[in-house]
Design a protein around this ligand. Structure first.
Ligand SMILES: Cc1cc2nc3c(=O)[nH]c(=O)nc-3n(C[C@H](O)[C@H](O)[C@H](O)COP(=O)(O)OP(=O)(O)OC[C@H]3O[C@@H](n4cnc5c(N)ncnc54)[C@H](O)[C@@H]3O)c2cc1C
Length: 246
C-alpha cells in the first residue's frame, strides 16, 4: 500500500511504567496498513529526525502504537495528550506476509518487540504466541489481555516473576520437542533472541519471518543509514524490511 503523510488525532492514551499506548484516528487503517509495517513519527521538541514505531493494531478507523520512553524523541512524544495531532509517515516498510490460510503460526516476541505481533497474529488462520519479558514489572497486562483475546499466549520472564521462567527460545525448543505442529514462525525482539530463533527454525525446516530493528533516518530507503548485513548480504531494513524472510 502507498505510504502517506498523515496527521492523526490521538483518541486514547494509556501509560504503564515507561510505556505509552496511543490509539489515533485513521480511516481505513485496516485496509491501508499491513501487519509488521511501521509508522515514522515526528516527535516534536528539538528532535529533527522522525522515530520509527511499529503498528501494534488497526481497526476500521484506528491505528494503535505502543512505545517505550527511551531518549528525547520518545520523551517528547509521550507528552502528547488525547486530542493532539501526531504527524507520521505511514505505513512504511515490508511487513509479515500472512493470510488466513496460515494455520499453526507461532509468534515469538521479546520486550517491545511483542507489540507488532498483535496485528500479525490477527492476520493468521490460527496462531499461538510466546511473549517474553525481563520481569513482572516489564509486563504490560492490558497488552497481554488484548493478545489473549486473539490467541493463546505463553508468558515468559527471564527471572520467573511472571509466567514461566526462561527465555522465549527455550519456549520454542519445548514446543518443537513436544511435537507441536508449527507451519511458520514470526518474531520480533532483541537481535540475540531473533538470531537464536532463526537458527532453531532453520534447523527444523520451519519458515521464519523476523522483524529487524535498526537505527533509521529517512525510513523510506533513501539515506541507507539502516543498511545492515544479514546472512552476508546488505539489506536496507526500512525498505526491504523491517520483516525479512528466512
Ligand atoms: C522498525 C522499527 C520499529 C520499532 N518499533 C518500536 C515499537 O513498537 N515500540 C518501541 O518502543 N520502540 C520501537 N522501535 C524503537 C524506537 O524507534 C526507538 O526506541 C526510538 O527511535 C528512540 O528514539 P528517542 O529519540 O527516544 O531515543 P534517542 O536514543 O535519543 O534517539 C536518537 C536517534 O537514534 C534513533 N534510534 C534510537 N534507538 C533506535 C532504535 N532502537 N531503533 C531505531 N532507531 C533508533 C532515533 O530514531 C534517533 O534518530 C522501533 C524501531 C524500529 C527500527
Amino acid at each position: 500500500m502507498d505510504k502517506r503523510h498523515l496527521f492523526c488525532e490521538i483518541i486514547t492514551k494509556q501509560t504503564y511504567e515507561k510505556l505509552v499506548d496511543f490509539t489515533v484516528a485513521l480511516p481505513d487503517a485496516d485496509k491501508i496498513c499491513a501487519p509488521g509495517q511501521f509508522i515514522h513519527v515526528l516527535c516534536g521538541g528539538q528532535t529533527f529526525l522522525r522515530r520509527p514505531i511499529s503498528i501494534c493494531d488497526v481497526s476500521k478507523d484506528t491505528l494503535r502504537f505502543i512505545f517505550e520512553i527511551r531518549g528525547e524523541g520518545t520523551q517528547v512524544l509521550s507528552e502528547k495528550k488525547v486530542g493532539d495531532i501526531v504527524d507520521m509517515l505511514a505505513p512504511l516498510g515490508h511487513g509479515f506476509e500472512l493470510t488466513k490460510d496460515d494455520e499453526n503460526v507461532i509468534a515469538i516476541g521479546g520486550g517491545i518487540g511483542c507489540f507488532p505481533l498483535l496485528n500479525a497474529v490477527k492476520a493468521c488462520g490460527s496462531a499461538k504466541a510466546i511473549l517474553g519479558f525481563r520481569n513482572k514489572e516489564a509486563v504490560y497486562d492490558k497488552f497481554i489481555e488484548d493478545f489473549e483475546n486473539v490467541c493463546p499466549v505463553d508468558l515468559m520472564t527471564d527471572d520467573g516473576s511472571a509466567g514461566v521462567k526462561g527465555f522465549t527460545t527455550q519456549g520454542l525448543e519445548k514446543m518443537i520437542a513436544d511435537g507441536e505442529k508449527i507451519s511458520k514462525i514470526i518474531t520480533c525482539g532483541p537481535m540475540v533472541m531473533m538470531e537464536k530463533i532463526i537458527d532453531i527454525a532453520q534447523k527444523n525446516n520451519i519458515p521464519c519471518l523476523a522483524s529487524f530493528e535498526e537505527r533509521m533516518g529517512c525510513g523510506i530507503g533513501t539515506c541507507l543509514c539502516c543498511s545492515t548485513k544479514v546472512n552476508g548480504q546488505r539489506r536496507c531494513i526500512c525498505k526491504e524490511g523491517p520483516v525479512l524472510n528466512f
